[in-house]
Design a protein around this ligand. Structure first.
Ligand code: ADP
Ligand code: MG
Length: 240
Protein backbone atom coordinates (compact mmCIF):
# COMPACT_ATOMS: atom_id res chain seq x y z
CA UNK A 1 0.00 0.00 0.00
CA UNK A 2 2.88 2.31 0.90
CA UNK A 3 6.48 1.83 -0.08
CA UNK A 4 9.20 4.21 1.01
CA UNK A 5 12.72 3.81 -0.30
CA UNK A 6 15.75 5.64 1.04
CA UNK A 7 13.78 8.68 2.07
CA UNK A 8 15.82 11.73 3.05
CA UNK A 9 14.53 15.00 4.42
CA UNK A 10 16.44 18.10 5.50
CA UNK A 11 15.30 21.24 7.24
CA UNK A 12 18.12 23.57 6.26
CA UNK A 13 21.27 21.89 7.56
CA UNK A 14 19.31 19.56 9.80
CA UNK A 15 19.21 16.04 8.34
CA UNK A 16 15.92 14.80 9.79
CA UNK A 17 15.22 11.61 7.81
CA UNK A 18 18.34 9.66 6.93
CA UNK A 19 17.43 6.99 4.44
CA UNK A 20 14.17 5.50 5.68
CA UNK A 21 12.88 2.31 4.03
CA UNK A 22 9.34 1.32 4.94
CA UNK A 23 6.75 -1.00 3.43
CA UNK A 24 3.18 -1.05 4.62
CA UNK A 25 1.03 -3.90 3.32
CA UNK A 26 -2.71 -3.60 2.70
CA UNK A 27 -4.64 -3.88 5.99
CA UNK A 28 -1.44 -3.71 8.00
CA UNK A 29 -1.30 -1.63 11.19
CA UNK A 30 2.16 -0.17 11.75
CA UNK A 31 2.80 1.64 15.01
CA UNK A 32 5.73 4.02 14.88
CA UNK A 33 7.47 4.99 18.09
CA UNK A 34 10.59 6.93 18.98
CA UNK A 35 11.87 9.79 21.07
CA UNK A 36 10.69 13.33 20.54
CA UNK A 37 12.55 14.84 17.58
CA UNK A 38 13.39 11.47 15.99
CA UNK A 39 11.44 12.39 12.83
CA UNK A 40 8.12 10.56 13.28
CA UNK A 41 5.91 13.51 12.32
CA UNK A 42 8.16 14.46 9.45
CA UNK A 43 7.93 10.94 8.05
CA UNK A 44 4.12 10.95 8.24
CA UNK A 45 3.99 14.41 6.72
CA UNK A 46 6.19 13.26 3.84
CA UNK A 47 3.78 10.35 3.25
CA UNK A 48 0.95 12.83 2.92
CA UNK A 49 3.08 15.35 1.01
CA UNK A 50 2.59 18.05 3.62
CA UNK A 51 6.39 18.03 3.55
CA UNK A 52 8.38 17.34 0.43
CA UNK A 53 11.13 14.75 0.57
CA UNK A 54 14.60 15.73 -0.55
CA UNK A 55 15.59 12.32 -1.83
CA UNK A 56 14.23 8.80 -2.17
CA UNK A 57 11.01 7.34 -3.50
CA UNK A 58 7.46 7.17 -2.19
CA UNK A 59 4.98 4.78 -3.78
CA UNK A 60 1.32 4.85 -2.84
CA UNK A 61 -0.86 2.00 -4.08
CA UNK A 62 2.01 0.83 -6.26
CA UNK A 63 2.52 4.13 -8.03
CA UNK A 64 5.43 6.44 -7.46
CA UNK A 65 4.24 9.85 -6.40
CA UNK A 66 6.33 12.65 -7.79
CA UNK A 67 5.07 16.02 -6.57
CA UNK A 68 6.36 17.58 -9.79
CA UNK A 69 3.96 15.57 -11.94
CA UNK A 70 1.29 14.05 -9.66
CA UNK A 71 -1.61 16.25 -8.53
CA UNK A 72 -1.18 16.11 -4.75
CA UNK A 73 -4.86 16.63 -4.02
CA UNK A 74 -5.50 13.31 -5.72
CA UNK A 75 -2.84 11.61 -3.61
CA UNK A 76 -4.17 13.11 -0.41
CA UNK A 77 -7.58 11.66 -1.17
CA UNK A 78 -6.00 8.23 -0.74
CA UNK A 79 -4.09 9.10 2.42
CA UNK A 80 -6.14 10.33 5.36
CA UNK A 81 -4.41 12.02 8.26
CA UNK A 82 -5.38 12.70 11.86
CA UNK A 83 -3.29 15.09 13.93
CA UNK A 84 -2.67 15.65 17.60
CA UNK A 85 -4.75 18.82 17.42
CA UNK A 86 -8.01 18.16 15.70
CA UNK A 87 -8.14 21.27 13.49
CA UNK A 88 -11.91 21.13 13.06
CA UNK A 89 -13.50 24.13 11.39
CA UNK A 90 -15.04 26.00 14.36
CA UNK A 91 -17.70 27.80 12.32
CA UNK A 92 -19.13 24.57 10.90
CA UNK A 93 -21.24 21.94 12.60
CA UNK A 94 -19.85 18.47 13.13
CA UNK A 95 -21.63 17.10 10.06
CA UNK A 96 -20.55 20.08 7.94
CA UNK A 97 -16.96 19.39 8.99
CA UNK A 98 -17.28 15.79 7.87
CA UNK A 99 -18.86 16.51 4.46
CA UNK A 100 -16.69 19.52 3.58
CA UNK A 101 -13.98 17.65 1.68
CA UNK A 102 -16.22 15.08 -0.05
CA UNK A 103 -18.48 17.86 -1.34
CA UNK A 104 -15.83 20.43 -2.26
CA UNK A 105 -12.84 18.31 -3.21
CA UNK A 106 -14.36 15.06 -4.36
CA UNK A 107 -17.56 16.65 -5.74
CA UNK A 108 -19.79 14.08 -4.05
CA UNK A 109 -23.45 15.20 -4.34
CA UNK A 110 -24.41 16.84 -1.07
CA UNK A 111 -27.29 14.49 -0.20
CA UNK A 112 -25.03 11.49 -0.65
CA UNK A 113 -22.22 13.11 1.38
CA UNK A 114 -24.67 13.79 4.21
CA UNK A 115 -25.81 10.18 4.23
CA UNK A 116 -22.23 8.90 4.27
CA UNK A 117 -21.20 11.52 6.83
CA UNK A 118 -24.01 10.54 9.17
CA UNK A 119 -23.04 6.88 8.87
CA UNK A 120 -19.44 7.77 9.72
CA UNK A 121 -20.53 9.77 12.75
CA UNK A 122 -22.46 6.74 13.92
CA UNK A 123 -19.41 4.59 13.38
CA UNK A 124 -17.35 6.82 15.72
CA UNK A 125 -20.17 6.93 18.26
CA UNK A 126 -21.35 10.47 17.51
CA UNK A 127 -24.50 9.85 15.52
CA UNK A 128 -26.39 12.39 17.62
CA UNK A 129 -23.82 15.21 17.33
CA UNK A 130 -24.10 16.16 13.66
CA UNK A 131 -25.77 19.51 14.31
CA UNK A 132 -23.50 20.53 17.17
CA UNK A 133 -20.57 22.97 16.84
CA UNK A 134 -17.11 21.65 17.76
CA UNK A 135 -16.78 23.97 20.77
CA UNK A 136 -19.53 22.00 22.49
CA UNK A 137 -17.56 18.75 22.25
CA UNK A 138 -14.97 17.19 24.53
CA UNK A 139 -11.47 16.63 23.17
CA UNK A 140 -12.17 12.94 22.68
CA UNK A 141 -15.33 13.71 20.74
CA UNK A 142 -13.49 16.27 18.60
CA UNK A 143 -10.83 13.75 17.76
CA UNK A 144 -13.48 11.21 16.79
CA UNK A 145 -15.03 13.81 14.48
CA UNK A 146 -11.57 14.38 12.98
CA UNK A 147 -11.30 10.64 12.32
CA UNK A 148 -14.76 10.59 10.70
CA UNK A 149 -13.77 13.60 8.60
CA UNK A 150 -10.63 11.84 7.35
CA UNK A 151 -12.60 8.66 6.61
CA UNK A 152 -15.14 10.63 4.59
CA UNK A 153 -12.66 10.82 1.73
CA UNK A 154 -12.55 7.01 1.68
CA UNK A 155 -8.77 6.85 2.00
CA UNK A 156 -6.90 3.63 1.39
CA UNK A 157 -4.46 4.47 4.21
CA UNK A 158 -4.91 6.38 7.46
CA UNK A 159 -2.01 8.16 9.17
CA UNK A 160 -2.34 9.13 12.83
CA UNK A 161 0.14 11.51 14.46
CA UNK A 162 -0.17 11.20 18.25
CA UNK A 163 -3.97 11.33 18.07
CA UNK A 164 -4.42 11.02 21.83
CA UNK A 165 -1.49 13.09 23.11
CA UNK A 166 -3.50 16.27 23.59
CA UNK A 167 -6.36 14.54 25.42
CA UNK A 168 -7.15 14.32 29.09
CA UNK A 169 -6.32 10.77 30.21
CA UNK A 170 -9.95 9.77 30.70
CA UNK A 171 -10.71 10.60 27.03
CA UNK A 172 -7.88 8.59 25.48
CA UNK A 173 -9.70 5.26 25.59
CA UNK A 174 -12.68 6.29 23.47
CA UNK A 175 -10.40 7.44 20.64
CA UNK A 176 -8.26 4.30 20.83
CA UNK A 177 -11.44 2.21 20.69
CA UNK A 178 -12.44 3.88 17.42
CA UNK A 179 -8.95 3.24 16.03
CA UNK A 180 -9.12 -0.40 17.11
CA UNK A 181 -12.44 -0.70 15.29
CA UNK A 182 -10.88 0.70 12.13
CA UNK A 183 -8.01 -1.76 12.37
CA UNK A 184 -10.48 -4.62 12.86
CA UNK A 185 -12.34 -3.45 9.74
CA UNK A 186 -9.11 -3.89 7.78
CA UNK A 187 -8.00 -0.28 7.39
CA UNK A 188 -4.33 0.16 6.55
CA UNK A 189 -2.89 2.38 9.25
CA UNK A 190 0.36 4.03 10.31
CA UNK A 191 0.04 5.26 13.87
CA UNK A 192 2.52 7.38 15.81
CA UNK A 193 1.64 7.02 19.47
CA UNK A 194 3.00 6.75 22.97
CA UNK A 195 0.20 4.35 23.89
CA UNK A 196 2.20 1.17 24.26
CA UNK A 197 -0.87 -0.84 25.26
CA UNK A 198 -2.45 0.05 21.93
CA UNK A 199 0.77 -0.87 20.12
CA UNK A 200 0.91 -4.28 21.79
CA UNK A 201 -2.71 -5.04 21.16
CA UNK A 202 -3.34 -3.63 17.69
CA UNK A 203 -0.04 -3.31 15.82
CA UNK A 204 1.00 -5.91 13.31
CA UNK A 205 4.44 -4.32 13.40
CA UNK A 206 6.23 -1.80 15.58
CA UNK A 207 8.77 0.50 13.97
CA UNK A 208 11.26 2.28 16.22
CA UNK A 209 12.68 5.46 14.79
CA UNK A 210 15.92 6.87 16.17
CA UNK A 211 17.52 10.06 14.83
CA UNK A 212 15.79 9.79 11.47
CA UNK A 213 16.52 6.11 10.91
CA UNK A 214 14.59 2.94 11.58
CA UNK A 215 16.74 1.41 14.29
CA UNK A 216 14.55 -1.62 14.89
CA UNK A 217 11.24 -3.11 13.81
CA UNK A 218 9.33 -6.27 14.47
CA UNK A 219 6.14 -7.82 15.71
CA UNK A 220 5.02 -6.18 18.96
CA UNK A 221 5.60 -9.20 21.16
CA UNK A 222 9.21 -9.64 20.09
CA UNK A 223 9.87 -5.93 20.11
CA UNK A 224 8.48 -5.28 23.57
CA UNK A 225 9.85 -8.47 25.15
CA UNK A 226 13.28 -8.52 23.56
CA UNK A 227 14.27 -5.17 22.07
CA UNK A 228 17.70 -5.50 20.47
CA UNK A 229 18.83 -1.97 19.76
CA UNK A 230 20.28 -0.13 22.79
CA UNK A 231 18.25 2.99 21.95
CA UNK A 232 15.06 0.95 21.74
CA UNK A 233 15.78 -0.59 25.16
CA UNK A 234 16.48 2.82 26.60
CA UNK A 235 13.28 4.25 25.08
CA UNK A 236 11.15 1.39 26.37
CA UNK A 237 12.62 1.59 29.85
CA UNK A 238 11.45 5.21 29.98
CA UNK A 239 7.92 4.74 28.60
CA UNK A 240 6.86 1.35 29.96
P1 ADP B 1 8.97 13.80 16.16
O1 ADP B 1 7.62 13.86 15.55
O2 ADP B 1 9.58 12.44 16.18
O3 ADP B 1 9.00 14.42 17.53
P2 ADP B 1 9.66 15.71 14.12
O4 ADP B 1 9.51 14.99 12.83
O5 ADP B 1 8.57 16.63 14.51
O6 ADP B 1 9.96 14.66 15.28
O7 ADP B 1 10.98 16.56 14.09
C1 ADP B 1 12.24 16.01 13.73
C2 ADP B 1 13.27 17.11 13.75
O8 ADP B 1 13.00 18.03 12.71
C3 ADP B 1 13.30 17.93 15.03
O9 ADP B 1 14.65 18.26 15.30
C4 ADP B 1 12.49 19.15 14.69
O10 ADP B 1 12.89 20.25 15.46
C5 ADP B 1 12.82 19.34 13.22
N1 ADP B 1 11.73 19.98 12.47
C6 ADP B 1 10.48 19.49 12.31
N2 ADP B 1 9.73 20.28 11.51
C7 ADP B 1 10.54 21.32 11.16
C8 ADP B 1 10.36 22.49 10.34
N3 ADP B 1 9.21 22.73 9.71
N4 ADP B 1 11.41 23.32 10.22
C9 ADP B 1 12.59 23.07 10.83
N5 ADP B 1 12.83 21.99 11.60
C10 ADP B 1 11.82 21.12 11.78
MG1 MG C 1 5.79 14.46 16.27
Amino acid sequence: MIKVEQLHKYFGDLHVLKGVDLDVAPQEVVVMIGASGSGKSTLLRCLNFLEMKDDGRILIDGEEVDPATTPLNKVREHVGMVFQHFNLFPHMTVLENVIEAPVHVKKTPKAEAIKQGQALLEKVGLGDKGDVYPEKLSGGQKQRVAIARALAMEPSVMLFDEPTSALDPELVGEVLEVMKGLAADGMTMVVVTHEMGFAREVADRVVFLDSGQIAEQGDPETFFEKPQHPKARQFLSRVL
